[in-house]
Design a protein around this ligand. Sequence first.
Ligand SMILES: [Zn+2]
Length: 189
Amino acid sequence: MEIVHYNDPVLRRKGEKITSYGSELASLAQGMVETMNRAQGIGLAAQQVGHPVQVCVVDLRSTEAEFDWKLDGTKTPLDLFMPMVIVNPKLTVARKTPAEVLEEGCLSFPEIRGNVERALSVTAKYNDQHGLPHVLECTGLFARCILHEADHLNGVLFIDRMTKPVRSEIDEAVKALAKRTRAAKAAAP
Ligand SMILES: [Zn+2]
């Protein structure tokens, strides 16, 4: 699968809910995991491979960052559930949850990075690729990654979350990327 770059319109589409947990979803999820791994990313949303549906994949095993989690109430070892396939997520950020500003990147914005403020912890209710419901509570980079991917599923991009000064610093690079994406689309058969 090819990763879609800004400003392909599919990145702005809200994902449709998944209603059937069959081979179509399994092959989408498998393709997304392979694409994420190849790009050395920690998360990828279906919009980023051209499918506006409520599916994202996450794998944080290669990061050094500190984070904590509970999957269905237990600190299940990461190797037992990553790469994870997250379907139809519903996120909740508890009131008064502290936020943190950190530099973020996105596979749809190659070489563009910028500071984004995100909540330090989040709870996600979601289904796995077999349709089984789960509750994930996570903090730190895990929470940031889940928040970033869930934004994609709603057509929201990390540049939308930047403060004006941060956004304007990368504006030229963002515009140049949009231009390259348009040109590549026009040249495609
Ligand atoms: Zn992204």
